[in-house]
Design a protein around this ligand. Sequence first.
Ligand code: AGP
Length: 602
Amino acid sequence: MCGIVAYIGPEKAGPILFDTLKRLEYRGYDSAGVAIRSDGEIQVLKSAGRIGDLEKVYVGMGMPGDTVGIGHTRWATHGKPSDKNAHPFISGDIAIVHNGIIENYLELRDLLTQAGFEFKSETDSEVLAHLIKMYYHGDLADAVTKAINRVEGSYAVAVVSASSPYLVCARKDSPLVLGIGKDANYVASDVAALLPYTRDIVRMKDGEIVLLYGSKEIEIRDLSGITQTFQTEKIDWNIDAAERGGYPHFMLKEIHEQPRALQETFAGRISEIDGDVQLDLGRTNEEIESLERVSIIACGTSYHAGLLGKYLIPRAAGLPVDVEVASEFQHIQLRPRTLVLGITQSGETADTMISLKKSKTCGVGRLAITNVVGSTVTGLVDGTIYTRCGPEIGVAATKTFTGQLAALFLLAIRLGRARNHLTPDQGRKMLVELTRLPGLVQSVLDKREEIRKVAEEYAGAGCYFFIGRDFLYPIALEGALKMKEIAYIPSEGYAGGELKHGPLALITEKTPVVAMATCGRKIQSNIKEVRARGADVIAFATEGDPDIDKVASTVIELPRTRPVYSAVLCTVGVQLLAYYTAAKLGLPIDKPRNLAKCVTVE
Ligand code: AGP
């Protein structure tokens, strides 16, 4: 995710802004910038690349500016990484930094263009700078309130003006904390940035607007201007723990970021009224209608996401799908009316890149699902669906996988609607249920203690089995991969129906079996098969299922949703199971042995 910092107090703002920005570097970024008040003007310094390089420029300029400023590290979601897309954005004597997604930015951009504002970037954030400027007549808090009342989407925003005695910040669905110093105030999107300066923080709530003055004074208002009370919290984390948001590992933090990441994947793309989805697929409805096949290529966890596409897209869009591990992709067989879909969170995996390049020679359409704006894969395809999960630091993919599943749900509905395979009403029903998913994922996360106990009970197992059928077969594979990757326990992922064709020979009373049981009843026969061989079965099942207790030894209940969406809920369950197993075994969860986050060799 992008990072925000701000400072107002007695010291020179520049050095503090650069120092706090560097404390956010661990989150990953592609560009950085600061806006500092200087002799009654706002001076902006920003560029693509490293904060350290930008700081050298600042020092070379003689460290201009006075005691008020804002800063930002950007991780691109709208518009590629570049100098002009870096924050802060300026409009007259106002500068802003923004995290989140402005869903109605196109509409606001038109309105502001007609009002004479000139846009210099490809970002959604720049509309906020001009909108605040449009409303600014000497009262910055009032202007920010009016502007954000026009905005749909999510934001954490910090605003500075050359002529205002205070800084303003506001938040909705994107984190922002205030740091209360001895005689200064700070703002950051992440506590880690503030710890050397203060341990007294206030966590902002959605719908709050804060005025920060250059003394200890702060005022918090709601969106109607009514002053709010607030509580200060003392942080006793060390810097390492703060970077992980207080979680012991990045992987656990990223697992918990999934509700928010899913909201970002959906933001601005769903039209419930039309029962349709807006995506950049790089092709017209007519071209989509004429497609004959989708060929998915990916590696590892991304391949498992692709496998879910194989169950999903034929049903939603009437298109056959094949899925290939990228290193085994046989491009020779591609026919012209095929859409090749590369799925890769990093956008850099060598096997996937090479296969996509080879597929070009067959004259097929190409599309990517990735998490990284401007990554290599985006240059190889006609259209890209960004998952917008924010950077993932743990080597084991978690939030980027559920982001890929969410992107596939959107893609399947878009293809289905474009090909008239889904009616508007069918699309609408699927989308209404889809928007519940972030909340349902949160309910699974709320069961972490229950899952931790199960994980610890079986942490000594020599071998694990994960089974599922239909939409849940890919999740069985993903559960087994997670257990192998971070807990180093040999684990098999199987389609339930395949057990009796061989692997049943491995099942004993020492082989815990994890059954994904939220989709259809046939899996219960497979549970009985392994129970008859003495195995314990941990079942992820839909709450209120009348029969599952009779067959499984442990049942973890998940909220009710469409079977296909329950794949996401089961995913969160197996992620937590693998995580707590590895934690119990004391393993280096974020950096498992022999593995790299991005595999750039064939
Ligand atoms: C997942 O936990 C793994 N780290 C790995 O399998 C990964 O999914 C694979 O290397 C593909 O990476 P990509 O999504 O960046 O292409």
